[in-house]
Design a protein around this ligand. Structure first.
Ligand SMILES: Cc1cc2nc3c(=O)[nH]c(=O)nc-3n(C[C@H](O)[C@H](O)[C@H](O)COP(=O)(O)OP(=O)(O)OC[C@H]3O[C@@H](n4cnc5c(N)ncnc54)[C@H](O)[C@@H]3O)c2cc1C
Length: 468
């Protein structure tokens, strides 16, 4: 066995959790190793998650804009999808960003070790590289950031053409005539949006009673309406009972909550029913690291049951979001370095779905606020009454604010419509600063901007609306 190399911290996994934690550790003077089993750094988010989906969504948006250009006095030639060109753009963005992560590791003097990392007793990580070549790293602390993979339903097998997950959906070399998507969470809704723009006839099937189930009820209802308008079929309260692969694609038997049954046919079935944490091959057996349905259990400092072993990101039972993984990584590293970081307030983590229309939210939904005993007041404002939305022809949707009547505390911000995923930043800051609703309308919003909808929704919560 090679001589153990010694580190203050070894991080397993280079996703947005792991690589950001590595940089923070280096800033704090910890000698840090980053172990990654794949040849490129950046994890799910960069290679098969956030970034490539948003590249496809951007191409879909450009396509839709070009198709509707005449409305703005612009004449185009024939507008066509060039799928190879779409993938070329996506790949070049991913490659450039992966190089950026590599550069950041070098800049911060982080040792990158290529191979599969496993805990090997206290203070040791065994790394198995290609060709079964093994080396052992000695490490005072270990941060598990191994992430997750797409989940399938029992009996399902990905074949890459008829039955796929989000990973394959990112690089299909054809546009299916018909696509069935299981799961109406952010991932399912984003792909429904992409492939509908590309020309597929899309049907989304969701077991729960509404699409985007983590969002406020009103947002889910508006989203369903918007998809219907786009010609995307949505079946909620519907579960899959059987999947059959046939020559021309798939046949999926479904059952509605009311008992109705039918068989749906499609060229491609995209399964987007969630993610499974990658905890099974990290050498956790025999350690004090506890698992709950495969997720690693942690405290507010992201510490596992094993002293000196921490875990973050998709591996732990908190929402599977890149920005959250990064924040959890920073908390873990600061705790390791002996600082006293603020534990994360999970009520203040934004959700974002980059479909057309976009959806974003932070804080409590109206329903959850009521369940928690707040005296709830709601203010809404439609983008149809915002001049900037009229200029760009994106007038669907609204901003909904949830507040507490007693102290005017802002509890939640929910947006569906143009640039929702950018506008939510104001909500994130307002919640972080424990803003009242009133402060939101005292803040001057530039005119004409989409952000005016925030100030107007706040005015409406106080029954003082100007434009609606
Ligand atoms: C299609 C899709 C779209 C998404 N879009 C968004 C979005 O827009 N915004 C958002 O916030 N989130 C999005 N997500 C979720 C986001 O990608 C994840 O929450 C995030 O990547 C989790 O980060 P992580 O660091 O925990 O793990 P990951 O990004 O999964 O990284 C884990 C890394 O660890 C490596 N690894 C695993 N096991 C080992 C081992 N034993 N040894 C060495 N290396 C190992 C893996 O190869 C991987 O590189 C999306 C996910 C998907 C699938």
């Amino acid at each position: 066995m090679a001589d153990p190399k010694a580190f203050d911290l070894t991080i397993i996994g280079s996703g947005p959790g792991g690589y950001v934690a590595a940089i923070r550790a280096a800033q704090l003077g910890l000698k840090t190793a980053l172990v990654e089993k794949l040849s490129a750094l950046g994890g799910t988010c960069l290679h098969v998650g956030c970034i490539p989906t948003k590249a496809l969504l951007h191409s879909a948006e450009v396509l839709d804009t070009a198709r509707g250009a005449a409305r703005y006095g612009i004449t185009t030639g024939e507008v066509k999808l060039d799928l190879a060109g779409v993938h070329k753009h996506k790949t070049s963005v991913v490659r450039r960003l992966a190089k950026g992560v590599e550069f950041l590791m070098k800049k911060n003097a982080i040792t990158v070790v290529n191979g599969h990392g496993r805990l090997q007793g206290p203070g040791r990580v065994e790394v198995t590289a290609a060709g079964e070549k093994k080396e052992t790293l000695a490490s005072r602390n270990v941060l598990l950031a191994a992430g997750s993979v797409a989940k399938l339903l029992p009996g399902m097998k990905v074949d890459g053409a008829r039955l796929i997950t989000s990973t394959e959906a990112l690089s299909l070399e054809f546009v299916p005539q018909t696509m069935l998507i299981l799961g109406a969470g952010a991932v399912g809704m984003e792909f429904a949006s992409i492939y509908s723009s590309f020309g597929s006839k899309v049907t989304v099937v969701e077991m729960l009673p509404r699409v985007l189930p983590v969002e406020d009820d009103d947002i889910s209802a508006e989203m369903r309406k918007a998809f219907r308008k786009r010609g995307i079929a949505v079946k909620v309260d519907t579960r899959v009972t059987d999947v059959k692969m046939v020559d021309k694609g798939v046949e999926v038997a479904v059952e509605e909550a009311g008992g109705g049954r039918e068989t749906l046919q499609a060229d491609v079935l995209l399964v987007a029913v969630g993610r499974r944490p990658l905890s099974d091959d990290l050498g956790l057996k025999g350690t004090k690291v506890e698992l709950d349905r495969g997720y690693v259990k942690v405290d507010g400092m992201m510490r596992t049951g094993e002293p000196t072993v921490y875990a973050i990101g998709d591996l732990v039972p908190t929402p599977a979001l890149a920005h959250l993984a990064s924040h959890e990584g920073i908390v873990a590293v600061e705790a390791i370095a002996g600082l006293n970081p603020h534990p994360i307030n999970y009520d203040q983590v934004p959700n974002a779905t980059y479909s057309e229309p976009e959806v974003a939210s932070i804080g409590l939904s109206e329903r959850v606020a009521k369940e928690r005993g707040h005296k709830v007041k709601v203010g809404r404002f439609p983008f149809a009454a915002i001049s900037k939305a009229g200029i760009s022809g994106a007038q669907e949707g609204f901003v909904k604010l949830v507040g507490d009547e007693r102290y005017d505390e802002l509890l939640g911000v929910h947006i569906i419509g143009p640039k929702a995923t950018e506008l939510i930043a104001e909500g994130a800051l307002a919640l972080r600063l424990e803003s009242t609703v009133e402060e939101l309308f005292h803040a001057v919003h530039a005119h004409p901007t989409l952000s005016e909808a925030m100030g107007e929704a706040a005015l409406n919560l106080h029954a003082r609306g100007i434009h609606f």
